[in-house]
Ligand binder design. Structure first.
Ligand code: MN
Length: 222
């Protein structure tokens, strides 16, 4: 009962309109304060409770979007992170469908985010799982792009709709030629593959201007 979700907005680069929210897990620990997922997800995987946590996050995020929609508020879409472990579960598609039904949400409002490493760990099995999720109508996004081990040969086979440029490239995009070049190339790669490009960690006007000029579709900040 100590988990909470925090939400980060995604706005359209073209006009700043709110498009979606990403749900991010935090552990509101009574002594340690707000613990980020990096500090406990690996442990949760080892202890075998990652699926229960993943199911809670999905249910809570969908419930929140349903409440926003009922109030005529908020984003059109909700992004939820999926771990490699969840991706290996044969139940994932059924769980996602059941959760959408429970909250009366159409599948198009849900964006599942997975890292390159999760998607590429067992590529054939992942592609099958992602295809069945895609068949439901949910969108799929590659998270933290550029930070993991990735195979471009597999990337083109994944039934994904968007790439998320990792925040580590965005942070110094105004001052680092390397980060600017990597970001521009990643956005171009996304568009060449027919995908939407999303930048994470956009916090300054300069970052926004650069990314907008490079054709980035969505900007996500804190
Ligand atoms: Mn994410």
């Amino acid at each position: 009962g100590e988990f909470v979700l925090h939400y980060q907005p995604l706005v359209r680069a073209s006009d700043g309109q709110l498009e979606g929210m990403e749900a991010l897990l935090r552990w509101a620990h009574p002594q340690r304060g707000l613990v980020p997922p990096l500090a406990f997800i690996e442990l949760a995987e080892e202890l075998g409770c990652i699926e229960a946590i993943g199911a809670w996050v999905l249910d809570e995020a969908c419930g929140q979007l349903a409440r926003w929609r009922a109030q005529g508020l908020g984003p059109r879409r909700i992004g939820v992170n999926v771990s490699a472990h969840q991706l290996r579960s044969t139940q994932l598609t059924a769980h996602v469908q059941a959760c959408l039904t429970r909250h009366g949400l159409p599948a198009e409002v849900l964006v599942l985010e997975l890292t390159e490493s999760a998607a590429m760990a067992q590529p054939e099995a992942s592609i099958r799982c992602l295809q069945s999720l895609r068949a439901l109508g949910v969108s799929l996004s590659i998270d933290d792009f550029g930070t993991g081990y990735s195979s471009l040969a597999y990337l083109k086979l994944l039934p994904i709709q968007s790439l998320k440029l990792d925040r580590s490239f965005v942070r110094d995009i105004e001052h680092s030629e390397n980060d600017a070049a990597i970001s521009a190339a990643t956005l171009a790669l996304a568009h060449t593959l027919g995908l939407h490009a999303v930048a994470e960690g956009v916090e300054t006007e300069g970052q926004r201007r650069f990314l907008q000029a490079q054709g980035c579709d969505l900007l996500q900040g804190y």
